[in-house]
Design a protein. Structure first.
Length: 476
């Protein structure tokens, strides 16, 4: 497996490695206990890694902060947050995260290594070296830290020579290629990381010597470059001195010519200044006249606007008065229409009431006429001559021109002469006009001597509160 893949071993892989080597290690470091005191977040970590690989650092940071809010001492999540901030070029914040990790977990080499990378990116190589020294102290066999330390030593040597000869530090100086670690593994095997877990102590020392040799070779190469550059600089200086002497002679000849040219230029400048002043004065006069004309126009425009505003206000006032008058007339017309409608309604209501009263009166009169008819028939059936005659009006039209007295005696004799009398009336149809009611009905007369079933008509007149018979006719 390549070293890079081994350096990205997950927390779950580290836990398995510890279990397999438990019989070889009597006591795990307090760092590993701190790492696994918090539940693993494999699913969340996988999501965060996917977001980082797709460049969605803001979303990855949000998820990381959410987990840290619940588990603020989770070393893996804190390390991941530092990586995200570094990818977002938020160097100062990333440095703060890794510094705090080195304080809380001083046995972890990865935070020291990443601090060195960030310091080197900012040109702080002394701090980078100190951080890598701390990483090597936690794990002397950490290959990435050794490689990074060699690059930092080379850069420090280059800076020292550049400063001595005042050479541009960026002139063909190789930049360090430091490696930023992507995962947090820790010293879970008692001083080594998984990628070098099987390395012998002699191999670790050899790795340190190789890093030192790399730094010394880089310094020697840089020294040779500095010497060559110094010789070239000396030759350039001699050529520059010769060119300066020639330049001085040429400059003196040019100075004399420049003096005369200057006098001519000054005169020309004075003439130009005078012409420009005259032009400026003329322009100022023209501008003053223009400003006065503009002020006059502005004043006239203002007066015209005020007049227009006044006329508009008067027109609006007249329109308002006209609308008010129109609304007043409309209101009066509306009130008149409402009053007329109310009067019409009242008249209609009265007509309906009169009609209802007339109908009620007519019904009442019909009932009274029918009651008088039935009372007349009953008195006749009861042979109550007095009651029978009382149903006839004083101006009753007697038959055959007889007097009222003769007719009454004749009717008494005929009623009293019978052994019994039964008079029944039915199908009475009553028509009332004013105080006169015409009743057409069927009459069944039955006595010990005669039975007659016939149609008869009686005409009643209203006298006082009574309906009395005025005419009596046979047939319908």
């Amino acid at each position: 497996m390549p070293p890079e893949s081994q350096e990205q071993t997950s927390i779950h892989g580290l836990r398995g490695l510890i279990n397999r080597t438990a019989h070889k290690t009597a006591l795990l470091s307090g760092l590993v206990a701190a790492l696994f005191a918090i539940p693993a977040h494999a699913s969340e970590m996988s999501d965060i890694n996917k977001l980082m690989r797709s460049g969605q650092y803001a979303e990855a940071l949000t998820k990381t902060d959410a987990i840290l809010a619940k588990h603020p001492r989770d070393a893996q999540m804190r390390f991941t947050k530092g990586l995200i901030l570094a990818e977002q070029n938020r160097s100062a914040e990333a440095i703060a995260v890794f510094v705090k990790l080195t304080e809380d977990f001083p046995d972890l080499p990865e935070p020291y290594n990443n601090l060195a990378v960030l310091y080197a990116a900012n040109g702080q190589y002394d701090k980078a070296r100190a951080a890598l020294d701390m990483a090597m102290r936690t794990n002397p066999t950490y290959a990435t830290a050794l490689e990074n330390l060699g690059d930092v030593y080379a850069k420090l040597a280059s800076q020292a020579y550049d400063k001595a000869l005042q050479i541009d530090p960026g002139n063909n100086v190789p930049q360090p290629k430091l490696t930023l670690l992507r995962s947090l593994n820790g010293n879970a095997t008692g001083g080594t990381v998984p990628r070098l877990a099987s390395a012998a102590p002699g191999q670790a020392a050899q790795a340190q010597r190789d890093a030192k040799a790399k730094a010394d070779a880089a310094a020697a190469e840089q020294q040779e470059r500095v010497k060559a550059l110094a010789a070239e600089k000396a030759a350039q200086q001699a050529a520059a001195d010769k060119a300066a002497a020639e330049k001085t002679a040429i400059a003196k000849a040019s100075a004399d010519k420049a003096s005369s040219d200057k006098a001519a230029a000054e005169k020309a400048a004075a003439d130009k200044a005078a012409a420009e002043k005259a032009a400026a004065d003329k322009a100022a006069e023209a501008k003053a006249a223009q400003d006065k004309a503009a002020a006059d126009r502005k004043k006239a425009d203002k007066a015209a606007a005020e007049q227009k505003q006044k006329e508009q206000a008067e027109r609006l006032e007249k329109e308002k008065a006209a609308r008010a008058e129109k609304e007043k007339a409309a209101q009066a017309e509306k009130l008149a229409a409402a009053e007329k409608a109310a009067q019409a309604k009242a008249a209609a209501d009265k007509a309906r009431a009169d009609k209802a009263k007339a109908s009620a009166d007519a019904d009442q009169d019909k009932n009274a006429v029918l009651a008088s008819l039935n009372s007349w028939a009953k008195a006749w059936s009861d042979k109550d001559v007095k009651g029978y005659l009382a149903h006839y009006a004083s101006d009753f039209e007697t038959p055959k021109g007889a007097t009222r007295k003769e007719w009454a005696e004749e009717r008494r004799a005929r009623i009293e002469d019978k052994g019994h009398i039964t008079v029944k009336v039915s199908n009475a149809q009553i028509a009332i006009k004013g105080n006169t009611a015409t009743v057409r009905y069927r009459q069944i007369y039955n006595s010990n001597r005669l039975t007659v079933d016939s149609r008869k008509t009686l005409v009643f007149i209203k006298q006082g509160n009574r309906w009395l018979i005025k005419q009596e006719r046979s047939g319908g």
